[in-house]
Design a protein around this ligand. Structure first.
Ligand code: NAD
Ligand code: LMR
Length: 329
């Protein structure tokens, strides 16, 4: 029996993600919550003849949506328009995330929480701080979803030459915005065939891929379908790990809690004291089992430089999220 709640289920991401989750063989119950239309979306999905039971909850019924949830996936919040950075979303989304985190702390304190809402570099720290203040934070159970960056990387490398066969050698670490997104491509054999110009163009496209969608949607929002796919991929991998499958490794943005295997090594390899970061993480029934820190030893010089730029910006984004909660007490 696995219940998953989607908070922000009626939105551009929420609807296609909920559709994909309705097809999941690993779920028994899907609770859809939004400030608008959740009951309508739930009724619509409930007519699909798969075994997942779907229910919808209005604005005032966060408690029912969350009670008994094993997983909570959060795409609630406003998306970018052309000319905006993800940080520009902070003003509105920080408050939304804080309220939802308080709900999770109260009604589903043991759930695994997957945060999609931007700016991820700050919303995950907000979530962590609220759960910590409520005395229910467990670093193994809070994930910022950065999967779309890797999905894009695996897609875009083939826009250059058709020779990238070794996609499993590709990674994206750091955070989820512009320069904090650090593509790690040098382990793939094809990387050596790129000119410096091609390499830079490829890395830039991965870092700023979100802008392409924002521009093409021309004011109507940002990536929704590719994000729903990416979140679904992550959820399915996590559900497999929860069911006991071993060897599942995914990139995700987590709090670096020293009790987690590999975190001490990560901290010794990163200068400047970054407390949250996206890295490849081994998943298990308890969530984050271990951080695969070895990747940090394998960066080439160019990747090290990108990583240093990323961690400086990340620190500012993280502090902004934490201060939003601690400063408002
Ligand atoms: P959207 O506006 O289409 O949908 C957002 C939904 O959230 C709406 O249905 C809205 O009613 C709901 N909502 C607002 N406040 C709420 C609250 N307090 N409780 C519950 N629901 C609430 O936006 P979208 O395109 O689905 O994007 C959602 C968020 O995801 C944005 O912040 C966007 O930047 C982010 N995003 C993240 C990634 C990533 O890689 N992590 C990728 C794409 C988009
Ligand atoms: C993305 O990477 O597509 C999302 O973070 C949405 C955005 O604002 O670009």
């Amino acid at each position: 029996m696995v219940k998953l709640a989607v908070l922000g289920a009626s939105g551009g991401i929420g609807q296609p993600l909920s559709l994909l989750l309705k097809l999941s063989p690993y779920l028994t119950e899907l609770a859809l919550y939004d400030i608008r239309l959740a009951k309508g979306v739930a009724t619509d999905l409930s007519h699909i003849n798969t075994t997942v039971k779907v229910s919808g909850y209005d604005k005032d019924d966060l408690k029912s949506a969350l009670t008994g949830a094993d997983l909570v996936v959060i795409p609630a919040g406003i998306p970018r328009k052309p000319g905006m950075t993800r940080d520009d979303l902070f003003k509105i989304n920080a408050g939304i995330i804080k309220t939802l985190a308080q709900g999770v702390a109260q009604f589903a304190p043991k759930a695994m929480v997957l945060v999609i809402s931007n700016p991820v570099n700050s919303t995950v720290p907000i979530f962590k701080q609220v759960l910590s203040d409520a005395g229910v934070f467990n670093a193994r159970r809070l994930f910022g979803i950065t999967t779309l960056d890797l999905v894009r990387a695996k897609t875009f490398v083939n826009g250059f030459e058709q020779y990238w066969k070794d996609l499993s050698e590709i990674n994206v670490i750091g955070g989820h915005s512009g320069n904090t997104i650090v593509p790690i491509l040098s382990k793939a054999a094809s990387y050596a065939k790129l000119t410096a110009q091609q390499r830079d163009a490829l890395i830039h496209r991965i870092q700023f891929g979100g802008d392409e969608v924002v521009k093409a949607k021309d004011g109507a929002g940002s990536a929704t379908l590719s994000m729903a796919y990416s979140a679904y991929v992550f959820v399915e991998r996590l559900l497999k790990a929860i069911k006991g499958e071993t060897g599942i490794v995914e990139d995700t943005f987590i709090y670096l809690d020293s009790s987690i295997q590999g975190v001490k090594e990560v901290k010794s390899l990163i200068s400047g004291g970054v407390e949250f970061i996206s890295l490849p993480v081994r998943l298990s029934a308890r969530g984050v089992e271990a951080v695969e820190f070895g990747i940090l030893n394998e960066l080439n010089q160019h990747e090290k430089e990108l990583f240093n730029v990323a961690t400086k910006e990340l620190k500012v984004n993280i502090a902004k999220g934490i201060t939003f909660v601690t400063g408002s007490k």
